[in-house]
Design a protein around this ligand. Structure first.
Ligand code: KG4
Ligand code: ZN
Length: 348
């Protein structure tokens, strides 16, 4: 079956055609993205140094129809070939979510297709089940998943039902304040680097000639929680101090502190839970140093999607939707999206 997936939870307007059909590249337990179109609003938000929710929602409205058309065209897929429409229902920015959700719902209604509301975090995890050139999957379950992005830092236990292929998710912990990507973005601003801050911080850090500065780590012992706001404050003080090290060394010390905590806490939780693999996903999983540290610390094999499947995209939403097709709904049903704050309240 082919499904059309749509993602608009933050600042990327994305659509993809995903399939479980081996004739179109799917392998046992893995899915193939026949197209994966992402229209980024990064330039729009670079001016403000971050995402302005209403600006993001309006930009989705403008980009959605061309992005969906391109996703179908690149997949050489007709409406008749589709079996369902999958869409991100949350968590994310409410206005941004509503534009994609309603578009998906309207398309499903017009075409008589079921709608598969899908969780954005489960989508990031699902990216590990998409066939790519260097595919090593499917990852063995149970797995421990670290989802690190601009909006989320979550540690989840993922298990699967071998008969139905359905995945279950149990949240073990997450950030108590800033998300890991948000910390990269805020520290980038302190260092006069552009938005989004992850890639330029990483590039600058790689040039550090001196690597002595040590920034504080919040371990929050006895929990699987994280905290990055203290680290951001420490960077602010360091940058403002009279004997501030060069920006490259600050960037390096910051990246080390974030990657150290993420890799060691995830590895410890993986050992404790006795999982068979570790999955890393979300925009920050594109970070080279984090990939290195995860592989060095983890007691079990580490799976990380290629960078284009780590940052927000719709193929990952399609892959996750295949895991709960039984939860597809008729699009005319009263339906709702959920914001980041609503999801946090629900899982606690
Ligand atoms: O998953 P994503 O595209 O969107 C959200 O759902 O938030 O993640 C975007 C975040 C941004 O905060 C960005 O700075 C961060 O991922 N990011 C990185 C890197 N590439 C993107 N952080 C660290 N290193 C990178 N190479
Ligand atoms: Zn995301």
């Amino acid at each position: 079956m082919h499904l059309l997936a749509i993602e608009t939870s933050c600042d990327e307007t994305a659509a993809a055609v995903v399939t479980d059909d081996p004739r179109h590249g799917a392998t046992a337990g893995m899915f193939a993205a026949r197209s994966n179109v992402v229209s980024s609003q990064v330039d729009l938000h670079a001016e403000t140094g971050g995402v302005v929710p209403e600006v993001a929602a309006r930009a989705h409205l403008a980009a959605l129809v061309p992005v969906v058309r391109r996703a179908l065209a690149e997949a050489e897929c007709r409406w008749e070939d589709l079996g369902a429409v999958a869409v991100t229902a949350g968590p994310g920015l409410p206005g941004a979510l509503l534009t994609g959700f309603n578009a998906a719902r309207g398309l499903a209604y017009a075409r008589g297709l079921p709608l598969v509301p899908t969780d954005h975090i489960e989508g990031h995890v699902g990216a590990n089940w998409i066939v790519t050139d260097g595919t090593q999957g499917p990852p063995p379950l149970p797995a421990l998943a670290l989802v690190v992005s601009g909006g989320h830092t979550e540690l989840l236990l993922v298990d699967g039902d071998p008969a139905s292929g359905a995945h279950t998710f149990e949240r073990l912990g997450g950030t108590r304040d800033d998300a890991a990507g948000e910390a990269f973005d805020k520290v980038a601003r302190l260092l006069d680097l552009p938005y989004p801050g992850g890639p330029p911080i990483s590039r600058l850090a790689a040039t550090a000639a001196v690597r002595r500065t040590r920034l504080p780590r919040a371990w929050i012992r006895g929990t699987d929680d994280f905290s990055f706001s203290g680290l951001k404050t420490a960077v602010a003080h360091l940058v403002a101090s009279a004997d501030a090290p060069p920006p490259a060394e600050v960037a390096w010390a910051f990246e080390e502190a974030v990657c150290d905590v993420l890799a060691r806490k995830t590895a410890r939780a993986a050992e404790r839970e006795g999982v068979s693999s570790v999955l890393v996903a979300g925009g920050v999983a594109a970070n080279r140093r984090l990939r290195e540290r995860m592989r060095a610390e983890s007691p079990v094999p580490v799976f990380i999607p290629p960078p284009a499947l780590c940052t927000d995209n719709a193929a990952m939403i399609g892959a996750a939707a295949f895991r709960h097709l039984d939860q597809a709904v008729p699009p005319e049903r009263p339906l709702d999206i959920y914001s980041t704050a609503m999801r946090r309240a629900r899982v606690r």
